[in-house]
Write a protein that binds this ligand. Structure first.
Ligand code: GRG
Length: 298
């Protein structure tokens, strides 16, 4: 299996599912929904939904229906996209470019972008809790919803973002950087993997392994993000490059330099794959995704 083909195929699966699981822009709320869809459909790697699908397949293979996991996969992308829309706002990173396109507030204004983010976040929980979607039983839906809520909220992504902003232009210990990374970026990535496992009926031991795998790839993802910010161009990334250094932000490269940072990302990826030692060949995409997170160029 070629990772490039696999990613393309899975991305298409997710993007086709948006047609089914995300509102269309018409009627009274047309402009608001248009703003939501603009950022959701603006591209992106779709890594969180793809991880969720790969994790479910690592446990259940083809015996779990796409329709049972796609609502969760789409919900994860809605939450991730909302975080990008809000992160780009003037009150936060004040960025004009995201996914190679104008940011949401540039097109829809600040109020429009805040509400587009709010709409995406809230829609995610509509998707997760909607009894009409798929055949997952209510207990699984509840566990998935709780896992994702916890990862997206004050003890996960939102808390990490708050800590990131509060520590701007300050010197802090490496331990704080790890906390920021784990919560701001790692938590939703880990939750994506666990959610897939829950949907597929993973055992306690399997969920534990998936959680450890998720934590390691979440770490690798953020380290590579720091590396790309330091070493790529804005054109390559489709978002502002070099911004961490400009803002004097503490990052892995600022603590360890580029070479040692690369080694740490590689180590996290190897550890992630070790967490899957007890999984059979159905987990091959999860192993390939770990490698991809290290080698990705944007
Ligand atoms: C506003 C609550 C709130 C949170 C914002 C996502 C985030 C938290 C900040 C974005 C800044 C940043 C560089 C975060 C770390 C890594 C990250 C999440 C990068 C973007 O994710 P990708 O690479 O993006 O998966 P695409 O566009 O491919 O979906």
């Amino acid at each position: 299996m070629e990772i490039k083909n696999y990613l393309n195929e899975q991305r298409q699966l997710v993007e086709t599912a948006f047609d089914q699981f995300v509102p269309q822009a018409y009627g009274d709320f047309k402009d608001h929904i248009d703003a939501m869809r603009y950022s959701l459909l603006a591209g992106g790697k779709r890594i969180r939904p793809i991880l969720c699908l790969a994790s479910a397949r690592a446990i259940a293979g083809i015996s779990i229906e796409d329709q049972d996991i796609l609502p969760t996969a789409c919900a994860l992308e809605c939450i991730h996209t909302y975080s990008l829309v809000h992160d780009d706002l003037p009150a936060m990173d004040n960025d004009d470019l995201r996914r190679g396109k104008a940011t949401n507030h540039v097109l829809y204004g600040e109020a429009g972008a805040i509400l587009a983010g709010d709409g995406l976040l809230t829609w995610a929980f509509d998707l997760l809790s909607n009894p009409a979607h798929g055949n997952l039983d209510a207990d699984k839906k509840l566990r998935i919803t709780h896992c994702i809520s916890r990862a997206a909220g004050s003890f996960g992504m939102v808390g990490g973002q708050a800590l990131d902003i509060a520590t701007e232009n300050t010197r802090f210990p490496f331990k704080t950087l790890q906390t920021i990374h784990r919560s701001k970026t790692g938590a939703l990535i880990t939750a994506s993997v666990i959610a897939g496992g829950i949907a597929a009926g993973a055992s306690h031991a399997q969920l534990n392994s998936l959680e450890n795998y998720g934590n390691q790839i979440g770490l690798a993802f953020q380290i590579v993000d720091d590396l790309l910010n330091a070493t790529s161009t804005t054109e390559q990334l489709g978002k502002a490059a070099g911004s961490d250094a400009e803002l004097g932000k503490a990052t892995y490269p600022s603590y360890f330099g580029i070479e040692e940072t690369r080694k740490r990302a590689k180590k996290a990826v190897e550890e992630a794959k070790n967490c899957l030692a007890d999984f059979d060949n159905k987990a091959r995409p999860l192993r390939l995704l770990a490698d991809y997170i290290y080698t990705r160029s944007h």
